[in-house]
Design a protein around this ligand. Structure first.
Ligand code: HSE
Length: 433
């Protein structure tokens, strides 16, 4: 049987993992797809660089079009990252009738629909399992394992860097800046950590998940994003006292035809399954109408875990090639996109405020909530060390609309007895689903 030939764009961390898996698992892969896989050409930045994979120097090139336009290449694997230029490479590859596997969440979150449409027009496959939660086969789970169900909610810890930082802050009671520095020293956080800590990386993954899970063209701009850089060690210790664990959670939720998608630091009850996902691990909790609760857990990044997702996509393409059914994976979204408005998004909220410790303060605060019909689930009042004029009040509300909660915060800000609103967080997962 004729070998299938791969053009690899990028030989960095993930690219080297892809080469290792193709080489080390050749027997299993050949058995599964019925023919050998050959790495035909590889795009690199520097041909002379020393690498920990064995590849003939002759197949390395610094010219991307030598890979894309190689007539022998059947499938392009893209692991170079980047957005605009890379999009053009992949469009050119698809137009040259090459199937594409990409690990690029930035690109897929922004241009996934356009690339999928181009793939379909050209009878080609485009797979991107590695773009969300690295080694966890979550896109396949949504598209295949749960294809028969209607998904109503997905909650994900889909960023390893922030999960590592929050886990450390929780365990060591250390401030954010200190933990971030340690994470950078250990190689868990990038030198420029902005995309991770400000939630953008997680937002990209949630946009992709929401699109697949809800069959709706959710755009990156539809995802509300708040990162973890403002989370204080006090927020973590007070929430702990109330039985919560802080995580950066992506939430995609559907009610009827309308959806909400957000990424924000969120408090989960300590017994929630996502609360026990520690360090750099990822997990996605999926609720389906028929299946109920499911959870997918594993490494969200790293050379070999991400490479398994990439090579599994390659296997899918190869099976489609053999069955002559390529170019059919793109199903147009079933539903028109309808995002919920702030009056339609309901959640419990955690609020930490410093108030003047004087007669009547508390009742003025509670009236602000009761006037908008919002009640409390938990309240804690404590003295503030070294400042006897102020008191610390922590409130966890019952479900309130986002619109009401924003209004309440504005009114609290205007109250003379309120010294400062220290922080607010969404609370999720009481009773789990
Ligand atoms: N920066 C990402 C993370 C890597 O921290 O999870 C995988 O997308």
């Amino acid at each position: 049987m004729k070998a299938i030939r791969v053009g690899l764009l990028g030989l960095g961390t993930v690219g080297s993992g892809v080469v290792k898996i193709i080489q080390d698992h050749q027997d299993k892969l050949t058995h599964q797809v019925g023919c050998p896989i050959v790495i035909q050409k590889v795009l690199v930045k520097n041909i002379d660089k020393k690498r920990d994979v064995e590849l003939s120097r002759d197949i390395l090139t610094t010219n991307v079009y030598e890979v894309i336009e190689d007539p022998e290449v059947d499938v392009i694997i893209e692991v170079i990252g980047g957005i605009e230029e890379t999009k053009q490479y992949l469009l050119d590859a698809l137009r040259a009738k090459k199937h594409v596997v990409s690990a690029n969440k930035d690109l897929i979150a922004l241009y996934g629909s356009e690339l999928l449409a181009c793939a379909k027009e050209n009878g080609c496959d485009l797979y991107f399992e590695a773009s969300v939660a690295g080694g966890i086969p979550i896109l396949r789970a949504l598209e295949e394992g749960l294809a028969s169900d209607r998904i109503t909610k997905m909650m994900g810890i889909v960023n390893g860097t922030t999960n590592f930082i929050l886990t450390k802050m929780n365990k060591d009671k250390a401030p954010y800046r200190e933990v971030l520095k340690e994470a950078q020293r250990l190689g868990f956080a990038e030198a420029d950590p902005t995309a991770d800590v400000e939630g953008l990386d997680a937002a990209r993954k949630m946009a992709i998940l929401a699109r697949l899970g809800f069959s709706m063209n959710v755009a990156l701009d539809d995802v509300k994003v708040k990162g973890i850089s403002q989370v204080s060690d006090e927020d973590i210790s007070f929430s702990k006292r109330l039985g919560y664990t802080m995580k950066l959670i992506g939430i995609a939720q559907r009610e009827g035809q309308k959806v909400e998608v957000s990424v924000q630091p969120t408090l989960l009850p300590d017994h929630h399954p996502l609360a026990s996902v520690h360090n750099e691990y990822n997990a996605v909790y999926v609720y389906g109408e028929a299946v109920g609760e499911t959870m997918f857990y594993g490494p969200g990044a790293g050379s070999m875990p991400t490479a398994t997702a990439v090579v599994s996509d390659l296997v899918s393409v190869m099976k489609n090639m053999r069955l002559e059914v390529t170019g059919r994976s793109f199903v147009d979204p079933q539903f028109e996109k309808k995002m919920k408005s702030p009056t339609e998004i309901f959640a419990q909220q955690f609020l930490r405020i410093h108030v003047k410790d004087q007669v009547g303060s508390f009742s003025k605060i509670t009236s602000t909530f009761s006037e908008r019909g919002v009640s409390f689930e938990k309240i804690l009042q404590l003295p503030i060390k070294d400042n006897e004029d102020l008191a610390e009040i922590i409130i966890v509300t019952h479900h309130a609309s986002e619109a009401d909660f924003i209004e309440i915060l504005q009114q609290l800000n205007d109250l003379e007895v309120v010294h400062e609103i220290k922080s607010t967080y969404r609370v999720e997962g009481n009773g789990w689903s």
